[in-house]
Design a protein around this ligand. Structure first.
Ligand code: SAM
Ligand code: SF4
Length: 389
């Protein structure tokens, strides 16, 4: 990212950008109608909250299908690389070499990328970061994106520290779903994990505001860390009993900045589920609408659910439905690895982005190659905040 020798990612970016081939079937209506190209709905529910019959209902609807037959309808947009927290599993305490303002896509540029991709079959968005709420006037971007024809759902991932005063405006502008990160229900621990004082109070305030504003569903993301928050797994699960909250446990993924933690504190979701099952019976359920790879369970009669996201113990890449846009305009077909296509400069030169999107779709890898406790497979990624998590 900084000056000096290009990193592996930068080298790959340049080569991807060099000579995009014109694609044949990917992105065409003909390929979209191939039933075998459709991903199976997860958890027995409608495919990620959207009718599984969309193609049958709208035979001419465009679709993006990658080289492995996966339909890509979902884009995670990192609106900033900056964050007001420094979660121990995510970012180094000293922060990162932040992008300059002119390196970051403007709201108009983000909207243009989305407009092009919506014309190719993109349907759903998630705004993430870094912390998306630290970027000025986020509701303005939401309103712009909500106005793009074809986009039918906008979600937000946030640490919720700044959410309370903005929740209503975000909802009114077009955000319908919110994921909130929270890794401990104990004030001292939440502060220590986020490396910022007063974190828990502010996050809980943000969570209340999210419920008050009517986001639905509201999901709470908990990164599992042995010795850090494993004794709170049952407490988190209990949150789903009386409130319509969907608590999701996530296995920590290795990046350059968390190698020791992701090796020695790794805890699998199977272990978390076993701990929860000791409290009460758990039954598999379809889960709330969403775009993600979580498998869901619930306590009998609970208003919410308990989800598990298992990138390390049970690979779910065969159901991948997404691409990512980084704050500086790199289109990434996978969270990890070295492949990315720089869109920003082409956009600023007024070039057609479609061939670049098609090429990125074509080279989307089959699966991530992460290895526990090793930076191998992460593509030199320092922190998930760089690509939006
Ligand atoms: N700042 C926002 C937040 O924390 O929700 C959005 C960005 S954050 C990178 C998105 C998600 O990635 C959060 O749920 C966070 O807990 C998760 N995350 C970050 N680093 C991770 C890692 N190394 N392994 C697993 N999850 C991680
Ligand atoms: Fe910031 Fe989210 Fe990363 Fe925590 S997980 S440091 S809140 S970007």
């Amino acid at each position: 990212m900084a000056g000096g020798q290009p990193s592996g990612r930068e080298r790959e970016s340049r080569s991807v950008n060099r000579a995009p081939e014109k694609l044949g079937a990917a992105g065409s209506g003909a390929r979209a109608l191939d039933a075998s190209a459709r991903p199976a709905p997860s958890n027995g529910a409608s495919a990620n909250g959207v009718s599984g019959n969309r193609l049958l209902e709208e035979p001419s609807a465009p679709a993006m299908v990658d080289g492995f037959g996966r339909r890509i309808e979902y884009l995670r947009i990192s609106v900033t690389d900056k964050c007001n927290l420094r979660c121990v599993y995510c970012m180094p305490e000293e922060g990162l070499p932040w992008l300059r303002r002119d390196e970051i896509l403007s709201y108009e540029e983000i909207t243009e990328v989305v407009r092009v991709m919506a014309g190719m079959g993109l349907r759903r968005l998630r705004l993430t970061g870094g912390e998306p709420l630290v970027r000025k006037d986020l509701p303005r971007l939401v309103a712009m994106l909500a106005g793009v024809p074809g986009i039918d759902n906008i979600a937000l991932s946030t640490n919720a520290v700044l959410l309370a005063p903005m929740a209503r405006r975000l909802r009114d502008a077009g955000v319908s779903r919110v994921n909130i990160s929270l890794d401990s229900l104990r004030p001292d621990r939440a502060d220590a994990i986020a490396r910022r004082p007063g974190t828990l109070d502010r996050v809980l305030h943000g969570l209340d505001a999210a419920e008050g504003a009517g986001f639905d569903p509201i999901k709470i993301n908990v990164v599992l860390m042995r010795g850090e928050n494993d004794d709170e797994i049952a407490d988190f699960a209990e949150l789903s009993r009386g409130r319509p909250l969907h608590v999701r446990f996530i296995e920590v993924m290795p990046t350059e900045s968390n190698l020791e933690l992701s090796a020695s504190n790794f805890l699998s979701c199977d272990e978390a589920l076993a701990a929860i099952a000791e409290v009460d019976a758990l039954e598999p359920v379809p889960g709330p609408p969403g775009n993600g790879p979580a498998a869901y369970f619930s306590f009998p009669g609970a208003r919410g659910t308990i989800g598990v996201i298992t990138p390390m113990s049970h690979n779910f890449c065969s159901r991948c439905n997404r691409m990512r846009l980084t704050a500086d305009g790199q289109l990434r077909p996978c969270l990890f690895g070295t492949i990315q296509t720089p869109l920003r400069d082409a956009l600023r030169r007024g070039e057609d982005l479609r061939p670049l999107v098609e090429e990125t779709l074509r080279i989307k890898p089959e699966k991530h190659l992460l290895v526990r406790g090793s930076s191998e497979g992460s593509g030199g990624l320092i922190a998930l905040s760089q690509t939006g998590g």
